[in-house]
Design a protein around this ligand. Structure first.
Ligand code: UDP
Length: 380
C-alpha cells in the first residue's frame, strides 16, 4: 500500500473513506480507467468496519463487530478472489434464554426445544406456527413482521428484548426490514444466513481490502479528516464520498439518527469458550451478544478472545436507524446528493452515505454500480 503523508490536488479522483466501497472503487478506477486515485481515510487503517486485527494475545479479532461474508453472486466471489483465498464460512449463532442455548435464527430445532416436542416435523411445525401467527398481510414494522411469522411467545422470547437493547426503540417503531433480516426456517438448517456462497477471506478482511488498494495508481492518506481537505479538492474533480450524508451537507436538513456500538474484548486462557461464533442474549445482560470470532477465522491458538457488544446512542456511526422520521430526513439529503453528483461530480455510496444497512456483499455491489455509472461517463 502506498501511504502518503500529505494531500495533493493533482489526483484524477478522490475517495473519502477506505472501507469496502472506497477500496473497491479505488481498485476499479485505478485498474480499469487508469485514474490516479487518492483515498482519504479518517482512521489509521483500511477496510472500514470490516477491519480485523490481532489482539495483544495474538488472537485475530473483528475490531468493529463480526463480519460473516456471504453472497449469491459468483461474479463477486470471482472478483474478490483476485485479492484473497477463502475458507468456508462457519456462521452458527445461538440465542441464550434462561441459561439454555437455542439455535438461532429460529428453525425446526429451535421450535422442538421451545415447545418441548422432539417429534415435531416440518408439517407439524407449520400447523403449530399457523396457530400462533398473528396475521398481518403487509407488516409495516418489525413487531408486526415477527408476530406474523412466529407469534407472540417467540417474539417476546427471542426478539423483543434484543431489539429494545440493540436500538433502544420498540420494534413497533422500527421498519419491518430490521427484524426481517433474520430468516425463519422450518427445516433443520442451522446456518445464520441462506446465501449460496458463505466464505471468509483466509487471511482476513484487512488483508483482502489491503491487497485491493496496492495498485500503483492508488495513494492513501490515513488519519485525515474530510473537513480538513474538502476545500482543497479542485471543484468538479471526481469524488466518491462514503461518509455520513448528513455531515456532508452540514446537517442542513437536521441530524439523522445513528446507532453506535462499544466493544469489550476479553482474553481467556483456553482454546474455545463458546460452542459457536455468536451467542445472543435477548433477555440477559447489558450486552446484546458475545462473539468468539476464532470459530470463523479458523485460527489455531491456545487462547481465545470474546467480544462483548454494547449498543450505544453516542459514538462512531454503525447503523442507520430505519424509522419514519429518519426516512423523511434522508429523502431531503438524497435529493441534495443527486444535485451534487450532477453539478460537482461527487458520488455518494455506502452505508453511511446512503443511510441504509448494507451487508458487505451488498455494499460491494453498490460500489460496482457506482463504478459502472462513472465508467459510462468516461466511455462517452
Ligand atoms: N434480532 C433479534 N434477536 C436476535 C438477533 C437479532 O431481535 O437474537 C433483531 C434485532 O432487532 C437486530 C436485527 O434483528 O437489530 C438484525 O439482526 P442481525 O443479527 O442481522 O444484526 P447485525 O448483525 O446487523 O447487528
Amino acid at each position: 500500500m502506498n501511504i502518503v503523508k500529505e494531500f495533493r490536488a493533482d489526483y484524477d479522483a478522490y475517495i473519502i473513506g477506505a472501507g469496502p466501497v472506497g477500496c473497491v472503487l479505488a481498485e476499479r478506477l485505478a485498474s480499469e480507467l487508469n485514474l490516479k486515485v487518492l483515498i482519504v481515510e479518517k482512521r489509521n487503517h483500511v477496510a472500514g468496519n470490516c477491519f480485523d486485527t490481532y489482539h495483544q494475545s495474538g488472537v485475530m479479532i473483528h475490531r468493529y463487530g463480526p463480519h460473516y461474508f456471504r453472497t449469491n453472486s459468483e461474479e463477486m466471489v470471482q472478483y474478490l478472489s483476485k485479492f484473497t483465498g477463502w475458507i468456508p464460512g462457519n456462521y452458527i449463532v445461538k440465542s441464550s434464554v434462561n441459561g439454555e442455548l437455542y439455535p438461532f435464527p429460529i428453525n425446526l430445532l429451535t421450535l422442538r426445544k421451545f415447545f418441548n416436542d422432539e417429534t415435531l416435523d416440518a408439517d407439524g411445525v407449520e400447523a403449530l406456527l399457523e396457530s400462533k401467527r398473528i396475521k398481518c398481510e403487509n407488516p409495516t414494522n418489525s413487531e408486526e413482521f415477527v408476530l406474523s411469522r412466529v407469534g407472540k411467545d417467540m417474539y417476546e422470547t427471542f426478539y423483543l428484548g434484543y431489539t429494545l437493547k440493540q436500538w433502544s426503540i420498540h420494534p413497533k417503531d422500527l421498519a419491518a426490514s430490521v427484524c426481517g433480516r433474520i430468516p425463519v426456517r422450518l427445516n433443520t438448517d442451522e446456518r445464520y444466513v441462506d446465501h449460496k456462497f458463505q466464505l471468509t477471506p483466509d487471511k482476513g478482511f484487512t488483508a483482502m481490502f489491503g491487497n485491493m488498494v496496492t495498485h500503483e495508481n492508488i495513494d492513501i492518506l490515513l488519519e485525515a479528516d474530510f473537513g480538513s481537505i474538502r476545500n482543497s479538492i479542485p471543484k468538479g474533480r471526481l469524488t466518491i464520498y462514503t461518509g455520513q450524508i448528513d455531515e456532508y451537507f452540514g446537517h442542513s436538513h437536521g441530524q439523522l439518527e445513528w446507532r453506535s456500538l462499544e466493544f469489550e474484548f476479553k482474553e481467556y486462557d483456553q482454546e474455545y469458550i463458546q460452542p459457536c461464533v455468536q451467542i445472543n442474549y435477548p433477555k440477559e445482560h447489558d450486552y446484546t451478544r458475545t462473539v468468539e470470532i476464532k470459530h470463523v477465522t479458523g485460527q489455531k491458538h491456545p487462547h481465545t478472545v470474546i467480544s462483548y457488544e454494547y449498543p450505544r446512542a453516542e459514538g462512531d456511526p454503525y447503523y442507520p436507524v430505519p424509522r419514519e422520521k429518519n426516512d423523511a430526513i434522508y429523502k431531503q439529503y438524497k435529493s441534495l446528493a443527486e444535485q451534487e453528483t450532477l453539478n460537482n461530480n461527487v458520488y455518494f455510496c455506502g452505508r453511511l452515505a446512503e443511510y441504509k444497512y448494507f451487508n458487505t456483499d451488498e455494499v460491494i455491489d453498490r460500489a460496482m454500480n457506482t463504478f459502472y455509472l462513472i465508467k459510462s461517463k468516461y466511455d462517452n
